[in-house]
Design a protein around this ligand. Structure first.
Ligand code: FAD
Length: 646
């Protein structure tokens, strides 16, 4: 007998991959009544994506996750490339070196997606009762448009079915070594279901977020097409512990041999991921059947490409014949139902950006959605999810196309040289590869985002901060806490707890003029905070004010700063995280006191910067421009109703 139940929720997230977990993170931070479901009976433990770029690591740092990733993962700083040596062998032809370390503490980290999901689940559980409900999927979806503009209404009705173990458990590919779980994954090995198998639950929701991957059920229900390539690329991917005499096996490498192309991605412990294209860009055949691919085929393919070096393995953690096309959904929502991550865009794994984009999509939408659900901001801010993320998805696909075309050109050239009996690496080709890499590095790392002017991005800022741009990330710098001199990266100090931040770059607060300017800010900023903070909440619970001065730490006292920067709590005492100094730290050579130079701000006069909860710059102005920053917040924040509780 089928059991039926009914329920309501403010937000229902479908899919607990990286994008769904990023949305759920914000729901947890803001205390939203939200649920997240996934059709799999357990989280993933092995395989899938593994590369995290600089910007993603900055965001994860602000959630308290990055330290765990750095501790377990492999830190990549470049790519070695190997080419034919002209005598039937291979030779090391050069190295692409990332320059990203110059602008961020975070370089690329490589770690299994299962571990990254582990860390997300932990921070979500730490701050809420939200947990992934597994072994469940949607059966039908309806939307009542007439309720769309009623903020209290539930226009979405979705029927969820609890799946059997068989339906919810993908079968691992033959040849994988039995999994030895990490200790903190043990609890998640056992399937968890909210209801008995076969139960149909009718859920009415205010918002639905489809994070259900490339084959998104939600996208199909919304009738949103997935446009792009008609044929897919097929890659053999395997995570193994290699036994080899290849000298660069612990460096990420790209190998082009007369027998084919291979991408070697060094990973945690002794694991290495091998990417083998099973069909090159110029030889895609729709009739290729990926079910015919076996682990031994991949082993033999890698052996021949790496020869004359030896290659074999005894341990294989995961392998797949991964099929993917270059595709983009033209729309990201219908009414209050949104798509995020791979449900919107897919591309080749060669550029290693899908998980990064997906996390950043979820991170972009989540805080806006939470503000709307709490009626702290109008639903129109959700429009910025498309204007900010969809253009980046388009750029991502263009980049993927460009990168693939470049490799194809190189391959054709090499095939030609081989025909002429000159199969040696050409220095010009290597330079060309360096150039393409450099040209796209800032975009690939997520260090430029091109977010347009909108309700939440004011581009009419004055030129008081030469290197800051509204709509871009706030560049990371290492600064010292005034109270104890501890050096912190700004990504840690600006933690993702749901608050807007007003950064007072107060300049040289030893100067009398500057002191008066700082003291004069107090009344206006306290009034701004009061205006948007719900009754009975801490004054800094919606907009937090922090100061970063440019004077030496020892020349300044906390008591020099006005009350807006010296908040006191009867139970927890003074908040020591409000005032910071851009000065050298004598025990940390990385902390050079150069943050103002990084931001392009005058060390005497300073500036004021408003940051969104996702640490993107919303507004920049003169230090005294309280009226300007108030206008910025008035543009989208609602004043709370007296009874509202945050
Ligand atoms: C081999 C491989 C290597 C990759 N390497 C990289 C890399 O190095 N760097 C990088 O950035 N990206 C990489 N990617 C891409 C990356 O995995 C994806 O872009 C990313 O996981 C997308 O995240 P997502 O949350 O949007 O979707 P997914 O990770 O696909 O998650 C979707 C979730 O939804 C669930 N689901 C699906 N349908 C339903 C349904 N109907 N009901 C309920 N739940 C459902 C699924 O079980 C899954 O948990 C790689 C992908 C693969 C396969």
């Amino acid at each position: 007998m089928t059991v039926s139940t009914e329920s309501t929720t403010d937000v229902l997230i479908i899919g607990a991959g990286p994008s769904g977990l990023a949305v759920a993170y914000w729901m947890a931070q803001y205390g939203i009544n939200a649920r997240i479901i996934d059709k799999r009976s357990t989280k993933i433990f092995r395989g899938h994506a593994d590369g995290l770029r600089g910007r993603t690591l900055e965001l994860l740092d602000s959630m308290g996750i990055t330290q765990r990733i750095l501790q377990e993962g492999y830190h990549a700083a470049g790519l070695k490339y190997w080419r034919p040596d002209g005598n039937g062998g291979l030779k090391r032809a050069g190295q692409l070196r990332s320059t990203i370390w110059k602008s961020s503490p975070h370089r690329m980290a490589l770690l299994s997606q299962g571990r990254i999901e582990r860390f997300f689940l932990d921070v979500i559980r730490d701050s809420s009762s939200i947990d992934v409900e597994r072994g469940v999927m949607g059966e039908s979806l309806t939307y009542d448009e007439s309720l769309e503009h009623d903020s209290q209404a539930y226009p979405i009705t979705i029927k969820l079915r609890t799946l059997s173990e068989e339906e919810a458990t993908p079968i691992p590919n033959p040849g994988t070594t039995p999994y030895r779980p990490a200790r903190d994954d043990l609890e998640d090995l056992a399937p968890k279901r909210k209801h008995n198998v076969g139960t149909i639950e009718t859920v009415r929701a205010k918002y639905l977020i489809g994070c259900d991957g490339a084959h998104s059920w939600t996208r199909k229900q919304l009738n949103i097409p997935f446009e792009g390539s008609h044929t897919d690329h097929i890659w053999g991917v395997m995570d193994v512990v290699p036994i080899t005499d290849f000298p660069d096996i612990r460096w990420p490498s790209s190998i082009d041999s007369p027998h084919g192309h291979l991408l070697v991605i060094t990973r945690e412990n002794n694991v290495v991921r091998f990417y083998v294209p099973l069909q090159e860009e110029d030889e895609i055949s729709p009739s290729f059947d990926r079910s015919t691919v076996t682990l031994d085929m991949l082993r033999e393919r890698v052996k021949s490409i790496m020869s004359p070096f030896s290659f074999d393995f005894k341990i294989c953690h995961w392998w797949a014949a991964y099929q993917v096309g270059r595709r983009l959904a033209p729309a990201v929502n219908k009414g209050r139902m949104y798509l995020v991550g791979d449900a919107v865009h897919t591309h080749s794994p060669k550029i290693g950006l899908g998980m990064n984009m997906s996390i950043q999509d979820g991170f972009n939408l989540g805080w806006k959605l939470a503000l709307v659900v709490k009626e702290m901001a109008p639903p129109s801010i959700l429009g910025t999810y498309k204007s900010e993320r969809h253009q980046l998805a388009k750029m991502l696909l263009e980049f993927d196309q460009k990168w693939a075309a470049f490799f194809l050109k190189q391959k054709k050239k090499q095939d030609q040289l081989e025909l002429q009996g000159l199969p040696e690496a050409n220095p010009e080709d290597i330079q060309a590869m360096q150039d393409v890499f450099r040209e796209n590095e800032m975009f690939a790392e997520g260090h430029v985002s091109f977010y347009k002017a909108s309700l939440i991005v004011d581009k009419d800022s004055t030129a008081v901060a030469k290197h800051l741009t509204a709509g871009e990330r706030f560049p990371q710098a290492l600064i010292c806490k005034q109270a104890d001199g501890q050096p912190w990266w700004t990504s840690r100090l600006l933690n993702s707890d749901g608050r807007f931040r007003l950064l007072l770059l107060v300049g040289d607060c030893r100067l009398e003029d500057q002191k008066s300017r700082i003291l004069a800010l107090n009344g206006g900023l306290l009034a701004l905070q009061k205006r948007f903070t719900p009754p009975k909440q801490k004054l800094d619970s919606v907009i937090e004010v922090k100061a970063i001065h440019s004077a030496p730490l020892d020349d300044v006292e906390l008591s020099d700063f006005p009350p807006v920067l010296r908040q006191f709590d009867e139970t927890t005492g003074w908040d020591y995280t409000k005032v910071w100094s851009d000065s050298e730290c004598f025990w940390d050579e990385q902390c050079k006191g150069n943050a103002y130079e990084i931001w392009g701000v005058d060390r005497s006069r300073g500036a004021m910067v408003a940051l969104r909860p996702d640490q993107y710059i919303g507004w920049i102005g003169e230090l005294d421009d309280v009226a300007g920053v108030t206008k910025y917040f008035e543009g989208f924040l609602h004043e709370p109703r007296p009874e509202a509780v945050l």
